[in-house]
Design a binder for this molecule. Structure first.
Ligand SMILES: O=C(O)CCCC[C@@H]1SC[C@@H]2NC(=O)N[C@@H]21
Length: 274
């Protein structure tokens, strides 16, 4: 395509050796990074690894996925090499009652890295969709297996408009971000996850003490908004999102009553104008 601003040079392969050298160190969170050319789902791969007793900090990155899983039973599809599709294995220490914040922590870490490395104004739709305006740039899927949590991230990097799976999505290339190179973005994301996770773990999951709640709310596109929440079971709740509770649940005030929601699809009724 002669008139396309994109070329395959925008899509170099990731190097397992270089990522490992940069990120795996004694005393650090990341215990091993494996880059696979093609797999069904990196979350599914780590689920197998958990059953085989894998350590905290294992990371699987896929150049392409053919059965990527999304939240609420959806699929996640992305063309080869144009996205970051990876999962991390965590074995969190904070009490189970506080672990609902873990998927939000990962969303925040991805957003922080994207802001720093790609210099785009990204916000978080509860619980952890990364939005630019109202278009989705990235999603996070957390799955628990006993005491382990596998968190998968799908982030559209150099995906072209005609390759987007849905028209409500976007990519860093489409948003003309200063960086559309997966390697520095992945390094930034893994470093941010490590920092936020260490601070949260050291605070034993206290989101006030480690500043996680404040940092999350500062980039929340949802809290303070009028929302329509599509709940499991085809129920819908409309109201004002007023906060996120200790367990990471969205608090919605509707007709004088307060509801705490642990799952659902948020639609912003009056989105931010930026
Ligand atoms: O629905 C969402 O927004 C969450 C999408 C999460 C997709 C990622 S891609 C890497 C990892 N492996 C999967 O199968 N899913 C997650």
């Amino acid at each position: 395509m002669l008139d396309s601003p994109f070329t395959d040079l925008d899509r170099p392969p990731l190097s397992q050796a270089a990522l490992t050298r940069a990120l795996v160190r004694p005393g650090g969170l990341w215990s091993g990074i494996s880059v696979v050319t093609r797999t069904g789902s990196t979350n599914a791969d780590l689920a197998h690894a958990v059953r085989d007793g894998a350590r905290q900090g294992a990371v699987v990155v896929a150049e392409s996925q053919f059965a990527g899983r999304g939240r609420l039973g959806r699929v996640w599809s992305a063309p080869a090499r144009s996205s970051l599709t990876f999962s991390v294995l965590l074995r969190p220490d904070p009490p189970l009652s506080e672990q609902g914040w873990l998927p939000l922590l990962i969303g925040l870490a991805v957003a922080s890295a994207v802001r720093k490395v790609a210099e785009v104004d990204v916000r978080l739709k509860w619980p952890n969709d990364l939005l630019i305006g109202e278009r989705k740039l990235a999603g996070v899927l957390a799955e628990r297996i006993d005491s382990a949590v596998i968190v998968g991230v799908g982030l559209n990097v150099s995906v072209r408009p005609e390759e987007l799976p849905v028209e409500t999505a976007t990519s860093l290339a489409i948003e003309e971000a200063v960086c559309v190179d997966r390697d520095p973005i992945l390094r930034g994301v893994l470093r941010e996850i490590e920092t936020h996770y260490r601070e949260w773990s050291e605070a034993n999951g206290d989101v006030e003490a480690c500043g996680l709640r404040a940092a999350y709310l500062a980039v929340s596109a949802t809290v303070g908004q009028e929302v329509r929440v599509e709940l499991p079971g085809e129920r819908v709740l409309t109201g004002t999102a007023t906060g996120v509770d200790r367990a990471g649940r969205l608090v919605v005030s509707s007709r004088g009553e307060e509801h705490t929601l642990s799952a659902g699809d948020v639609v912003h009724v009056r989105p931010h104008s930026s």
